[in-house]
Design a protein around this ligand. Structure first.
Ligand code: NBY
Length: 823
């Protein structure tokens, strides 16, 4: 904190703000080849971006030599996904120069906001898992934890979603088409990544049997760095993203046979590895290209890690003292056999020494218990692409099962459950089992989820390794998710309790007494209203629909998935519609219900629910009786920059997943931090949010995780709810009979059938009535604005725990065993 404060005092000097305007003009000419007299916003955005970036390069190099000189233990956060969103405002915020920059940009004839809008989101992830990785990078560097993010520079990020006739359509996200000023490409650093070939045995000079991986097809990995400035910029780190380049000697034999085009084809194909992000969340598609992407990340990253390590060490024996590797889910778990291969085949170690180093280096974070999301790879596929790794995995498993068998003699069922190789239905490698066996620590992402891991999904492992599976509750960075996205509320908070909250979110507790101060409540309500006005303008621009900022803004923004139950929300909307139609003069709380979220392109049911939302919106918004009381909209292309507009404007945050299925959720944290009240189930981190804000300040409803499990065991009958609840029956019949799809009556039958005929796996029918009652309590409270605003303040005030600074420090102390540098 002291360095932060010092920096902000002389920020003009440190960042040479007096020269910024000239630098922008200079970069317009020198870097972009543009005439500075042109008024193109995009050129000015770029020139500003380069001028901001160049101010950080020095600090970055200084940070790196700090790490080097102190021989600090480094943390490597390996993730197939990062969702940083836009960089410009994040850099300015963390540099503490937003206001200064606004003035300078104004002198050039622009508003900072309009230049901000010129930037494309870096959408290199699907959802929560990728965004968490980006929040953690911000928190690591802000707290002087020496860490790096390692990932893939996809040419095409998460698809751009548009809505055409109510349906989701996907367009490719060519986010770097116009260049990306934040990237620092290392054209001179290339690592070779091998695929295919075979594992060969030979004898070394001492007569020992050794293995080498030969006849491979090679692809080159080139790094591209994006700087990650910490808050106050006392440290600047980077994420290193890999891009695939064909190797020059690719398919030499084809060249030699004179097949020039054939050889070129191979070169071009090899560059496909980093072309596109797989757009699935919570679902595994066992594609060879995906496994190639995973190994590509892992192989290039470990060459880089070992190169850096060996600059300062002569032996790899001390690797776990100098390096901590966090696996963001199992997607990079092939790193475990890869490190074994490097230690044994390249550096000549024996198995036991190598295994000890390996298991002291890795830790694994699990983000899901959904069976369809647990990675398994066919042994055939893995063995063909990575033959030496397959051998090593078999050996890891053989030794592991020997240990289990010794502890639980005769328990063959247990052995087959715990085996890294799944035998039934064709041999497959269970990546979660591999990750648990090869890591020293495994963590879930919220208390409830970690508990489910210990007692459910990973129960056998918890019995075998009683201290391995732990919890680290997720968090979000208050820099982006309050300070940057919500200037109105941030200003008010800083005026009232000072600026320290953004690096010490627990400080928000000082707002608690202010909830009783009516002048403060008025100011709070004004800030929220201002945000709602801004969002209304955005909605008008995006979907040509006017919404009234004085209505209750009810929001559900997240990936579309049946377990997240957007459909339950729709069922509430339809019920409200019916109530208004039945009694047009009824006194009801006016609501605007907004949805946003992408469906995986192959997920039929999720796409149908998007269509349903849009058809319900069409009917509701066109109805004269309903006008002014209920409006519904689906905002296309939910992404980080849209979230920054949506989150600050929410009154009500919908967190209504089937209990036991949402590992944590992080949207729930962002909304509450910005003063939204939560309506939710006791799932994921909602449980802890309730503990923090108090049961009286949150709307909890529905089955609990253990009740869901019991109902599944004892036989759940959704029809019972249909038969006993007339209002529910009417809603279901409207969906099933084509009320919302008059031109295609059977359109929504699959939605109806999933609840009525296919067992309602996510138990919407059971939770409908409790949800309706919780929503009625929301309506009643909203009519009492004074009480509502009080609770809104208390929500934000009690969110200190959910800062990613806290999460990262828990990882640092409990898992990585690193201390902040210079403290
Ligand atoms: O990770 C999410 C969880 O659903 C959420 O509850 C949690 O808060 C968040 C951060 O811990 N998981 C998630 O976002 N998962 C993915 O995006 C994802 C992406 C790809 C694949 C699987 C899951 N994949 O198999 O390719």
């Amino acid at each position: 904190m002291s360095r932060v404060c010092k920096m902000s005092k002389n920020v003009r000097e440190v960042f040479r703000l007096d020269e910024l305007k000239d630098d922008i003009r200079r970069n317009m000419v020198a870097l972009l080849g543009n005439d500075p007299r042109s008024k193109r916003k995009f050129s000015y955005y770029n020139a500003l971006a380069y001028s901001v970036r160049e101010r950080l390069v020095d600090l970055w190099m200084r940070t790196q030599s700090d790490y080097y000189d102190s021989m600090a233990k480094r943390v490597y956060y390996l993730s197939m996904e990062f969702l940083p969103g836009r960089f410009l405002m994040n850099y300015l915020t963390n540099m503490g120069i937003v206001d200064e920059c606004r003035e300078i940009v104004a002198e050039l004839g622009f508003s900072l906001e309009e230049l901000e809008e010129e930037e494309w989101d870096a959408g290199l992830g699907n959802g929560g898992l990728g965004r968490l990785a980006s929040c953690y990078l911000d928190s690591m560097v802000s707290q002087n934890i020496p860490g790096y993010g390692y990932g893939i520079l996809y040419d095409y990020g998460i698809f751009y979603q548009s809505i055409v006739n109510g349906n989701q359509e996907e367009r490719c996200d060519n986010w770097r088409r116009h260049g990306c000023p934040w990237e620092i490409t290392r054209l001179d650093t290339l690592y070779e990544v091998k695929f295919y070939g075979r594992s060969e045995t030979y004898y070394d000079s001492d007569g020992n049997v050794r293995f080498r991986w030969v006849d491979t097809e090679n692809v080159m990995a080139m790094p591209c760095d994006i700087l990650i400035p910490g808050y106050g910029c006392s440290h600047v780190s980077n994420m290193r993203l890999w891009t695939a380049q064909s190797s020059r000697e690719f398919n030499l034999s084809d060249f030699n046979r004179g097949d020039y085009i054939g050889a070129m084809h191979g070169k071009v194909m090899s560059e496909n590895i980093t072309k596109v992000l797989y757009p699935n969340d919570q679902f595994l598609q066992g594609m060879e290209l995906r496994l190639k992407q995973q190994y590509f990340l892992v192989s290039a990253t470990f060459q880089d890690i070992l190169r850096r390590y060996l600059k300062q060490h002569t032996s790899l024996a001390a690797l776990p003292e100098a390096v901590a590797v966090q696996l963001n889910d199992t997607h990079p778990a092939i790193a475990i056999p890869e490190l074994m291969r490097l230690l044994m085949d390249v550096y000549g170690m024996g198995w036991d020494v190598a295994w000890d180093i390996c298991t002291r280096t890795f830790a694994y974070t699990n983000h899901t218990v959904l069976p369809e999301a647990l990675e398994t790879w066919p042994v055939d596929l893995l063995g063909r692409l990575l033959p030496r790794h397959m051998q090593i995995i078999y050996e890891i498993n053989r030794r592991f099962l020997e240990g289990v068998a010794a502890t639980f003699p005769g328990d063959t069922e247990r052995l087959s459950r715990m085996s890294v190789i799944q035998e039934e239905g064709g041999q497959r490698v269970r990546m979660a089992n591999l990750a648990i066996v090869g890591s020293h620590t495994v963590n879930g992402v919220a208390a409830l989820h970690s508990n489910i891991l210990q007692t459910g999904l990973f129960r056998d492992f918890h019995e075998y390794y009683p201290r391995k599976i732990r919890n680290v509750t997720n968090g979000v960075t208050p820099r982006r998710w309050l300070m940057q996205c919500n200037p109105a509320l941030s200003r008010l908070i800083t005026q009232s309790i000072g600026p320290e909250w953004c690096c010490n979110l627990e400080k928000l507790r000082e707002l608690v007494p202010l909830a009783e101060d009516s002048a403060f409540r008025d100011a709070w309500a004004r800030a929220k209203l201002e945000n709602k006005r801004l969002l209304s303008r955005y909605v008008l621009r995006k979907v040509q629909m006017g919404i009234n900022p004085n209505t209750l803004f009810d929001m559900q923004f997240k990936r579309m998935h049946e377990y997240k139950r957007q459909l339950l929300n729709v069922m509430h909307v339809i019920s409200l519609f019916n109530r208004i139609k039945d009694n047009p003069s009824a006194d009801i709380t006016p609501r605007t219900v907004l949805f946003g979220g992408k469906a995986a392109p192959g997920y039929y049911q999720a796409k149908l629910i998007i269509r349903l939302i849009n058809e319900v919106a069409r009917v509701v918004n066109a109805d004269a009786d309903v006008a002014g009381r209920l409006r519904v909209a689906f905002l296309p292309n939910y992404c980080i920059s849209q979230a920054e507009k949506v989150v600050p404007a929410a009154d009500l945050s919908e967190q209504i997943s089937t209990a036991g299925m949402e590992a944590s959720g992080t949207g729930n944290m962002k909304f509450a931090l910005n003063g939204a009240l939560t309506i939710g189930t006791l799932d994921g981190a909602n449980v802890e949010i309730m503990e923090e804000v108090g049961a009286e300040n949150i709307f909890i409803f529905g089955l609990k995780a253990h009740e869901v499990a019991e109902k599944r065991r004892s036989g759940y009958n959704p029809r019972e709810f249909y038969e006993n609840d007339a209002e529910l029956r009417r809603v279901m019949d409207m969906i099933g009979s084509g009320f919302f799809s008059p031109d295609e009556r059977g359109l929504f039958s699959p939605v109806y059938d999933s609840l009525m005929h296919h067992g309602d796996y996510y138990m919407l029918m059971a939770d409908y009535r409790p949800y309706m009652e919780a929503q009625a309590a929301v309506d009643a409270l909203y009519l009492d604005q004074d009480q509502w605003v009080r609770k809104s303040i208390l929500n934000a005030a009690n969110m200190g725990k959910f800062s990613s600074d806290r999460s990262v420090m828990e990882y640092a102390r409990g898992i990585w065993h690193v201390e902040p540098l210079g403290k």
